[in-house]
Design a protein around this ligand. Structure first.
Ligand SMILES: [Ca+2]
Length: 506
C-alpha cells in the first residue's frame, strides 16, 4: 500500500511536468473538451509488471489565457517580445529543474520497485521452500509410518521365531527326559539280565551237583541190588534145602508148614523188593518217552505211583511231578500237594508261574505248565482233602482249565461233585490268579497278602489251599490258613491237600 501510494505521488509529480511541457508545446490539448477532464488514467509498464496511476489536474501550470503560441508561430515569428522571451526562458529553466528532480524520483522509484520485486522474489522463494519442506515432511512422515509398519511386522516375525524356538526347546527337553528314562530302564534291565545270568549259573552248578549225587545214589542202589540178588540166591538155596529136607520128612508137621509159609512170605517180599530195585535202577522208560501228563505215563505201562518227568508241549523243558496211579483209576497228575508245612507257599508271581517245592513232598507244579496241559484237552480236576481227624473228602470238577499268563491264569471250572461240602468252595469261572506281588482279585484289599499264598482269589472267596500250614485243631480264628469253606468253615486249617488232574476220556 505504501509503495502504491509513493508511486502515485511520483507519477503525479511526473505527470504535472509532462503536461506542463505538453501545455506549452501542444496548445491543441488545451481544447475545452480535454481541459474539462480533471483526472486521467495512466498505465506504466515496468518489466513483467504494470501499474495504473491517477494523474492530478495540472491547470495551475497552464499559461495565462491570453498566452496563445504554437511551434509554428514561434518558428514563424522571428522577433517575439523581449518580456515574453525572458518569461519563457525562465519557465524552461524551472521545467528543467523539475525534470531533473522528477528523473531522480523516477530512479528512486525504479530502485524501490526493484527492491520490492526482490523482496517478493525472496518471499516467493521462501514460500516455495516452505512448500517443499512441507512436502518433504509429508514424505518423511509417510516413510516413518512405513518404517513403523515394517518394524511392527519384523517384531511379529521375531515373536513367531521366539515362540517356535521356545517350542523346540521344550520338545528338546522332553526328548532329553524320555531318553534319560529309557537309559534308566535299559540300565535296570541290564542289571536284571546280569542277576538272572548269575542265578542261572548258580542253578546250573546245583544241577550238576544233583546229577553227581544221583549217579552216586544209582551206583549205591546197583550195589545193593547185587547184594540182594546174592541174598535171594542164598535164600533160594536155603529154601531148596529146606524143601528137600521137608520132602524127606515123613511126618507133615504143622510147625514145619508154618515155617514154610513164613519163608515163602519172606521170599515174596524179597522178590518184590528186588523188582522195586530193578525199577529204580533200570534206565526209566519215561526218560526215553515224552509224556505230557500222568495219564500217558499210566498208559505206557508205568502204573506205580511215584515221581515222573513230564514234557512241556513243543518244548524240551521238563517238570518233575508226582503221579497218583491208585486213586479213582489212577493216571492223576498232581499239581499241588500239602502234607507237613515243609515248603513256604507265600511266594511271588514268578514262583507260582514256574512252580516250586519238592515233587516227593509239598509243591506247586507251575501255572505255565497247568495252562498248557489243560489247554491241550478236556481235563477233570480232583481235590482230595484231609482234616486233623484224618477224615478224607474230595471235590471234583468235570471240566477244568486255566488261561495263559497274559490273562492272569484265569480259572474255568464246571460240573462240581464230591463230598467236601454241598457247594463248591473253589472260586467261580473267570476268577484271576493273584499273588502277594500281583493283585488281580475283586477286592479293594489285596487278598493274596491277607490270606497269603497264590490262589484264584475273588473277594477274597471261600477257599485257599496255599495258605499257611497250621498244625492241629485249634479254636483260634484264622483267615490265612489252608481253607475250604464249605467243608470246614472260614478258619479251620487242613492237614493234607492234593490237587490233581487227568483227561476226561482217560
Ligand atoms: Ca485287590
Amino acid at each position: 500500500m505504501m509503495a502504491r501510494f509513493l508511486i502515485s505521488v511520483l507519477i503525479g509529480r511526473f505527470a504535472v511536468v509532462i503536461l506542463a511541457v505538453i501545455g506549452l508545446s501542444a496548445p491543441a490539448l488545451a481544447a475545452p473538451a480535454t481541459r474539462s477532464e480533471r483526472r486521467h488514467h495512466h498505465r506504466l509498464q515496468h518489466g513483467p509488471c504494470s501499474y495504473t496511476f491517477l494523474l492530478p489536474e495540472v491547470e495551475h501550470c497552464r499559461p495565462a489565457p491570453d498566452f496563445h503560441v504554437s511551434n509554428s508561430l514561434q518558428r514563424d515569428s522571428p522577433s517575439p517580445p523581449a518580456a515574453e522571451q525572458h518569461w519563457t526562458a525562465k519557465r524552461l529553466e524551472e521545467l528543467e529543474g523539475v525534470m531533473e528532480n522528477n528523473t531522480e524520483w523516477l530512479l528512486k522509484l525504479e530502485n524501490y520497485i526493484q527492491d520490492s520485486v526482490k523482496l517478493e522474489m525472496v518471499e516467493m522463494q521462501r514460500t516455495a521452500a516452505h512448500n517443499q519442506t512441507a512436502a518433504m515432511l509429508e514424505i518423511g512422515t509417510n516413510l516413518l509410518s512405513q518404517t513403523a509398519e515394517q518394524t511392527r511386522k519384523l517384531t511379529d516375525v521375531e515373536m513367531q521365531m521366539l515362540n517356535q524356538t521356545s517350542r523346540l526347546e521344550i520338545q528338546l527337553l522332553e526328548n532329553s527326559l524320555s531318553t534319560n528314562k529309557l537309559e534308566k530302564q535299559v540300565l535296570l534291565q541290564t542289571q536284571e539280565i546280569t542277576r538272572l545270568h548269575d542265578k542261572n549259573g548258580f542253578l546250573e552248578q546245583r544241577f550238576v551237583a544233583m546229577e553227581e549225587r544221583h549217579s552216586q545214589e544209582l551206583q549205591g542202589l546197583k550195589a545193593e541190588k547185587l547184594q540182594l540178588q546174592d541174598l535171594v540166591a542164598r535164600h533160594s538155596s536155603f529154601i531148596t534145602e529146606l524143601e528137600r529136607e521137608l520132602g524127606s520128612a515123613t511126618s507133615n508137621s504143622t510147625l514145619l508148614q508154618k515155617q514154610q509159609a513164613a519163608l515163602m512170605d519172606t521170599v515174596h517180599q524179597l522178590l518184590s523188593m528186588i523188582n522195586q530195585c530193578n525199577e529204580i535202577s533200570m534206565p526209566p522208560k519215561e526218560e526215553v518217552l515224552r509224556f505230557k501228563d500222568c495219564a500217558e505215563v499210566y498208559k505206557s505201562g508205568l502204573t506205580t505211583s511215584g515221581i515222573y518227568t513230564l514234557h512241556y508241549l513243543n518244548s524240551t523243558e521238563t517238570v518233575k511231578v508226582f503221579c497218583d496211579m491208585e486213586t479213582s483209576g489212577g493216571g492223576w497228575t498232581v499239581l499241588q500237594h500239602r502234607m507237613d508245612g515243609a515248603v513256604d507257599f507265600h511266594r511271588p508271581w514268578k514262583d507260582y508261574k514256574t512252580g516250586f517245592g519238592d515233587s516227593s513232598g509239598e509243591y506247586w507244579l507251575g501255572n505255565d505248565f497247568l495252562h498248557q496241559v489243560t489247554s491241550s484237552g478236556v481235563y477233570t480236576l480232583r481235590i482230595v482233602l484231609k482234616d486233623w481227624d484224618n477224615n478224607e473228602v474230595y471235590s471234583q470238577y468235570d471240566h477244568f482249565h486255566t488261561d495263559s499268563e497274559e490273562r492272569n491264569y484265569r480259572l474255568h471250572v464246571k460240573g462240581y461233585s464230591g463230598t467236601a461240602g454241598r457247594t463248591s468252595s473253589l472260586s467261580h469261572s473267570g476268577t484271576e490268579f493273584s499273588t502277594k506281588d500281583r493283585d488281580n482279585d475283586k477286592c479293594g484289599c489285596k487278598c493274596a497278602q491277607m490270606a497269603t499264598g497264590g490262589w484264584w482269589f475273588d473277594a477274597c472267596g471261600p477257599s485257599n489251599l496255599n495258605g499257611i500250614y497250621y498244625t492241629g485243631n485249634t479254636n483260634t480264628v484264622r483267615y490265612n490258613g489252608i481253607k475250604w469253606y464249605y467243608w470246614k468253615g472260614p478258619s479251620l486249617s487242613l492237614k493234607e491237600t492234593t490237587m490233581m488232574i487227568k483227561p476226561v476220556d482217560f
